[in-house]
Design a protein around this ligand. Structure first.
Ligand code: SF4
Length: 695
């Protein structure tokens, strides 16, 4: 109970991948009192500005409150029948690969599970992808290449015990603020040193001992150089290397010469290498600056190479730690909600895995090859190869790269369904059918945060009469498409139990994702489930991975990869001379459908802007607060200029959040090209090329 003496309900924040626990108390007038849960291991009572303002975002003013077809309210029965019939007819005429789902890291694990089962198990296509493709697909690819599976080796506790924390492409202070607070607390008590590797001087640099403003996209060259210094300095852990294959001293030395492409001062690089090599307890946190790149997978593996070479992995206070952008990006990975995954970290390309999942689901044949990843999916929509598309809790008409083209593609798709909470989004306006879904405080299920902790999200507000849970909408469409028994769920607890049972099969195949220890959860125990880090089985508990090897490649060894630096796909030239980086700001979330409802969050940075170095501004005759037009081969945006020496000359930064509703000319992803990493399919959102001129 809080000070009011009224009962509170435990739940989780719906924003970033830190996965903070919250205590919620309805105020009886549709609002909520919110405070941090002191007993949740992720945040231990703390919240950031966004989490603290959650109570201001639960009103019904912008909600989608009834199903619509062609902009007209219709009964649920008609809407669901229309969706099921159009998908069935399209599949009958054009085959299963003519339809697609584009879903979201905002979905709860139970929603995600049903969506993946419907598409891969029963429709028989792998064309389900998620906006998490834009967030951490490169990390998934890097983990799988190095470890043989998509495992986060460490935990948040490692931040409490590390002596050096390196932030690579991560503005932790703004994008994962409670983890940053945790790091600051460790720094205050044990003097943890911090090094930031980022082209921009961000808020995370304020407390850093060293900031390396490397050239965009050059991370592989820097970490190759570190690996060479590790080798030459005698810092290899030769005992640990018995668990690793692929280390090649000659190859890594050959690439050490690439360091020049980083543009970094040699002395600063030497300080970084000395600190890294000389500190056993080192955690490397990496995020979108690493992932959102055409060499994102290689960047991840370049970081993992250094941890594997030194055996600094899976032990207290040391290891690589990917921090995800969304509240349930990890849960999506666990249920296989990406086009190249199966379920429970089983492999789509493995016939035994497919057969086991097919048997478990009593489904038809599962697809044998990956489906369309996000960028390819919208290309296929544009080309007419996808003829029925279901978009769930995401706004690709704003958030996908080349957003104008994506919006045009959706508009021309033969049949588009959008499930969402918000009535008026750039994407919802393009839908043939709109399905109103329950919002964060109205729905119940589980999410998994960046350190593998599964937490319950609990309903505390009554859902409006005409909205439904996503799992229920998906299951009802599945039943109407003819698969009654497979989608006959009573509620999220039953779905979770099925997910748990499937994970036991993954465990029998020797996979890391095994939560079979939760098999006895009845509805009451599911409701009361405390935060639980996986794995949870008879053989394993939720600790760290890989301290003693035990990797998931067939030979049980990790792989170090030989990697060569590659430049970003788009090249600057006389027409487009600036490198544009895009990202989050502290107080907004994604396309602002929720955070813009809070006056105090909107007051932080009230309009879209572009950060520009004063020298660049002078060259194009721009003063502070002028409007600047950015243009690229893809499109344009008009933004307010902020002059700052935090930017390196030649580089610009603009936030990703603004939509046509809040700033008609501020949709920055209209400017960003859709170039992708060849391994992960993740787009390069941080290295577009643009022109800039006073507007
Ligand atoms: Fe929510 Fe992330 Fe802030 Fe925690 S750090 S309160 S999960 S936005």
């Amino acid at each position: 109970m809080d000070g009011s003496g009224l009962p509170e309900t435990r739940s989780t924040c719906p924003y970033c991948g830190v996965g903070c626990g919250v205590l919620l108390r309805p105020d009886g007038q549709g609002g909520l009192a919110v405070r941090g849960d002191p007993d949740h291991p992720a945040n231990r009572g703390k919240l950031c500005s966004k989490g603290a303002a959650l109570g201001e975002t639960v009103g019904l003013g912008t909600r989608l409150l009834a199903p619509q077809i062609g902009g007209v309210d219709v009964p649920w029965d008609r809407a669901l029948e229309t969706v099921a019939a159009r998908f069935s007819d399209t599949i009958a005429e054009h085959g299963p690969d003519s339809v697609a789902f584009y879903v979201s890291g905002q979905l709860l694990t139970e929603d995600y599970y049903v969506a993946n089962k419907l598409m891969k198990g029963f429709i028989g296509s792998a064309n389900i992808d998620t906006n998490s493709r834009l967030c951490m697909a490169s990390t998934v690819a890097g983990h799988k290449r190095a470890f043989g599976t998509d495992t986060v080796p460490g935990t948040y506790e490692d931040l409490d015990e590390a002596d050096l924390v390196v932030l690579v492409g991560s503005n932790l202070a703004w994008c994962h603020p409670v983890l940053y607070q945790r790091l600051m607390a460790a720094r205050a008590t044990r003097g943890t040193r911090i090094i930031v590797i980022d082209p921009r001087r961000t808020a995370s640099c304020n407390q850093a001992d060293l900031h390396l403003a490397l050239a965009p996209g050059s991370d592989v060259a820097l970490f190759n150089h570190l690996l060479t210094r590790i080798y030459e300095g005698g810092a290899l852990d030769k005992s640990y290397l018995q668990h690793v294959s692929g280390f090649d001293a000659a190859l890594c030395a050959a690439y050490a010469d690439d360091l020049g492409v980083t543009g970094l001062d040699q002395e600063e690089v030497a300080r970084f290498c000395q600190a890294w090599i000389g500190t056993e307890k080192v955690v490397t946190i990496f995020s979108q600056g690493v992932n959102q790149s055409t060499s994102g997978s290689d960047k991840v593996n370049a970081i993992l190479n250094c941890h594997l070479a030194t055996g600094r992995i899976g032990k207290p206070g040391m290891g690589p730690l990917s921090v995800t952008g969304q509240p349930n990006a990890m849960g999506g990975r666990e249920v296989g909600g990406l086009a190249n995954m199966l379920a429970c970290h089983l492999d789509l390309e493995n016939a035994d895995h497919r057969a086991a999942v097919r048997g478990f689901w009593s489904s038809g044949p599962l697809p044998m090859a990956p489906g369309l990843k996000a960028v390819d999916m919208f290309d296929a929509v544009e080309e007419g190869r996808i003829k029925a598309l279901w978009i769930i809790h995401t706004n690709p008409a704003v958030s996908m790269p080349d957003a104008d083209r994506v919006a045009r593609a959706i508009a021309t798709c033969a049949f588009t369904v959008v499930s969402d909470v918000t009535a008026e989004t750039d994407t919802a306006r393009l839908a043939d059918v709109l399905l109103p879904a329950t919002a964060w405080a109205e729905k119940s299920g589980t999410v998994t945060n960046s350190d593998r902790t599964i937490s319950r999200q609990r309903a505390v507000l009554p859902a409006p009469e005409w909205v439904r849970d996503d799992w229920a909408i998906l299951a009802e469409v599945g039943r109407r498409m003819g698969w009654e028994a497979a989608f006959d769920y009573a509620g999220p607890a039953e779905i979770f139990r099925e997910h748990v049972a499937l994970s036991a099969i993954a465990g029998r195949f020797g996979k890391d994702f095994d939560i079979s220890g939760l098999r006895d959860l009845d509805d009451t125990a599911y409701d009361a489930l405390p935060p639980t880090r996986w794995p949870v089985s008879d053989a394993k508990d939720g600790g760290r991975f890989f301290a003693q090897g035990g990797f998931y490649h067939a030979d049980g060894k990790a792989r170090m990869l030989p990697l060569r630096w590659r430049a970003p796909a788009a090249k600057t030239d006389r027409r487009f001379p600036y490198r544009l980086n895009t990202g989050r700001i502290r107080d907004q979330w994604h396309t602002m459908t929720r955070t813009a409802l809070s006056p105090r969050l909107s007051a932080h940075l009230a309009e879209p802007f572009v950060d520009i170095h004063p020298a660049d501004a002078a060259e194009i005759g721009v003063a502070a607060a002028d409007l600047v037009r950015l243009a690229s081969p893809q499109g344009s945006a008009i933004l307010r200029a902020r002059l700052t020496e935090a930017q390196t000359p030649g580089q610009l930064f603009a936030p990703m959040h603004w939509t046509a509703d809040y700033a008609p000319t501020g949709r920055i992803d209209a400017v960003v090209a859709g170039a992708t990493d060849p391994v992960s399919g993740q787009p390069e959102s941080k290295a577009a090329v643009v022109s800039a001129a006073r507007f």
